[in-house]
Write a protein that binds this ligand. Structure first.
Ligand code: NAG
Ligand code: ZN
Length: 493
């Protein structure tokens, strides 16, 4: 509790900022405000949204719009006194496979999944053609480079390729260049637990239809081909692609210096396969609960800005859109970025990603997590989440992550990423760690290095902006005169 400053008595009743310094923001208070039941409540809502909107919350789908409205109901409607919230719209290429089918040489149906942005086969018949094998190369990746296709005649055929090492789109583009009709890609791991890859919107027009089948099936066909047998298979892909509008949400405290902004980001979209409760309902819920708690406090000198990113699963599209459209001055004002993507994995490890420019960020998260008995795994950033655009701008950043895929999260990018796919204790301590770190930097930038400006930043930024133009024109080509699907949709601003 603070005594009145002698000169401040009059303004005390006029300025809410001064008034509320009775309750200054501290890491300890914000941490204590984060409660498991409230995180559960948010994730129950996101799961309910998926269940009642076709099973997912993916870019271009009704479940994403409902998720957006859910966040806005709090950040924008209920808490409009404490936060300025904007919705940032943009267009991106949407792709969806309505049906995929692979039929084996004995007429049997084979388990198959479709990558995002898979081009369609002729319909309704699909492609029936002899299968031709490609050599396996587990070091450089199979069928990743032109020299690996030499001597393989794939013209007019379906080509059998092993997954892994290089992008699925690269393999499929080489298949197309060489005249293949389609690709049967077999997975690297046995079983039907196959992670859905994306070909990327930029692949549109460059790849052939593709079906991804289990390793066991691919290997059995491979050995039959090696024995000189003719193996004829059937591939049918019924897919669409068009342009759809989507939206980032950016909400920041009214309080705090606009020139000193601490940013926290999580992506709001899921994959099409499921509800995305760990990926990234977990980060979404942590941010929403931190926002809800921050509103009670005052007297902190720096703004806290929350971002819920759109279309992360389509290639970090929302966060790249945001960062590539910041002016130099706007980028300068962002002093720190924390990324929270998958922070409640059922069998978590506690991975903190940082680089030489992360300053005090990793330490702030680590100190608290270690106190809670967690063992920290330190690593670099990679290119897997929404920090990429911030790193390109040279903004000091840290990311927290509890692991994707087995053994951390076996439901990664699958239908079972639901309410049972969360370790509530891990999610709670991570959200508390995030709250503490945000409160600390909202009060003091000690230990935060300056933004690292290089000509490389500018170069890659221009590249990203160009990519958006390219995506837009590719989508137009791909839509073959279809009207934009968002026509008549309301833009929430
Ligand atoms: C998205 O594209 C449609 C149709 O081309 C256009 O009307 C709309 O303004 C675009 N939205 C944004 C945010 O650019
Ligand atoms: Zn994610």
């Amino acid at each position: 509790m603070r005594l009145l400053r002698t000169a401040g008595a009059a303004t005390l009743f006029l300025s809410p900022a001064t008034f509320a310094t009775n309750n200054p923001l501290t890491p300890g208070k914000l941490e204590a405000d984060i409660r498991t039941e409230e995180l559960q409540n948010v994730l129950w809502n996101l799961n309910h949204i998926a269940v009642t909107h076709g099973g997912n919350r993916a870019f271009g789908e009704p479940g994403y719009k409902a998720s957006l409205d859910f966040i806005l109901e709090r950040a924008q409607t209920r808490f409009h006194n404490e936060f300025d919230t904007v919705v940032q719209p943009f267009n991106h290429t949407y792709g969806k496979t309505n049906q995929i089918k692979v039929t084996g040489p004995e007429g049997e149906d084979v388990f198959v999944i479709s990558p995002l942005y898979n081009p369609a086969t002729p319909l309704p018949d699909g492609i029936t053609a002899p299968l031709v094998d490609t050599p396996v190369d587990d070091e450089r990746g199979s069928a990743c480079f032109p020299d690996q296709w030499e001597g393989v005649d794939v013209k007019g055929k379906l080509v059998l390729v092993k997954r892994g090492i290089c992008a699925v789109a690269d393999k499929s583009a080489l298949a197309k260049e060489r005249g293949a009709l389609g690709v049967i890609l077999y997975n690297e791991q046995p079983g039907t637990n196959i992670v859905v890859p994306t070909l990327g919107a930029e692949s549109i027009g460059k790849t052939v239809p593709i079906g991804i089948i289990p390793l066991e099936v691919g290997q059995s066909w491979k050995s039959r081909l090696a024995d000189g047998e003719e193996v004829t298979v059937h591939l049918l892909v019924d897919s669409i692609s068009d342009t759809r509008e989507t939206w980032n949400i950016i909400a920041e405290t009214k309080q705090g210096d606009p020139d000193k902004v601490i940013m926290l980001g999580a992506h709001l979209d899921s994959v099409q396969a499921g509800a995305g409760i760990n990926d990234d309902g977990s980060g979404t819920a942590a941010l929403l609960e931190i926002l809800t708690a921050v509103r009670r406090y005052d007297g902190f000198p720096h703004k806290i800005r929350f971002a819920w990113w759109a279309a992360e699963e389509s290639g970090l599209v929302g966060s790249l859109y945001y960062t590539s459209h910041l002016t130099e001055e706007e980028a300068d004002r962002i002093k720190y970025y924390f990324n929270y993507d998958m922070i409640g994995s059922p069998h978590p490890d506690f991975e903190i990603a940082s680089d030489g420019n992360s300053g005090v960020g990793p330490q702030l998260l680590e100190e608290y997590l270690v106190e809670q008995g967690k063992e920290i795994v330190h690593g670099g950033f990679g290119s897997g989440s929404d920090f990429v655009g911030f790193l390109e701008l040279g903004i000091p950043s840290t990311a927290l992550h509890t692991g994707a895929g087995a053994p951390f999260d076996e439901c990664y990018h699958q239908a079972c990423d639901d309410l049972d796919n969360i370790n509530w204790e891990a999610l709670t301590v991570n959200a508390k760690a995030a709250a503490r770190a945000a409160a600390r930097l909202a009060n003091s930038l000690e230990g935060v290095p300056p933004r690292k400006k290089t000509s490389l930043n500018l170069h890659t930024r221009r590249g990203v902006v160009q990519n958006f133009r390219k995506w837009a024109s590719l989508a137009e080509e791909a839509s073959h005169g279809h009207t934009c699907s968002h026509t008549g949709k309301r833009v929430v601003v």
